[in-house]
Ligand binder design. Sequence first.
Ligand SMILES: [Zn+2]
Length: 210
Amino acid sequence: MNVQSPKPAPQTALKKPSRQEAEAAVRTLLRWGGEDPEREGLIDTPARVVRSYEEFFRGYAEDPAAILARTFEEIEGYDEMVVLRDIRIESHCEHHMVPIIGRAHVGYLPNTRVVGISKLARVVDAYAHRFQIQEKLTAQIANTINDVLQPRGVAVVIEASHQCMSTRGVHKPGSSMVTSRMLGAFRDDASTRREFLAMISSRACTTPES
Ligand SMILES: [Zn+2]
């Protein structure tokens, strides 16, 4: 008899492979590249790559909304823009699985509460340490801050270079992509948006370093 069980959420529906399976996949890619995975210099490489992946993609284990949960209300009526700029971005492109390196600028207009600024950087990291495209990364950061803090507005600008463009494909090192998401007052009020862009502009037009 066929009993219908509720569909698990997409994240849990996927069975995570074992560490041994992941290491075997790295050995397959080494052979695909033309190597002998058993030679001395490569013998520990699969284990190292899998450990690196744990670091690169640790964002899947983090809950960005929970990071913003603790807020401060004793802000003496502060209602001006809060901007954290030049937050280093280290992500991976979901199409080629190669690095996206750049920086993010995050601003919001507090309503009645603010968060510790390191929390904004941690939200950026939690989403960056996943397989990404820059457009989605930008939107996820802005939407989460908007949903959790319910500020009067949120602005996120990301500028990044994509190694899938610089080291392969069209081979265009030095190019960077800029994306932005403006919500609330940053979207509706041109002077608010201008103020934010002026605050980040001294940095926004330079190439991300290393
Ligand atoms: Zn790519």
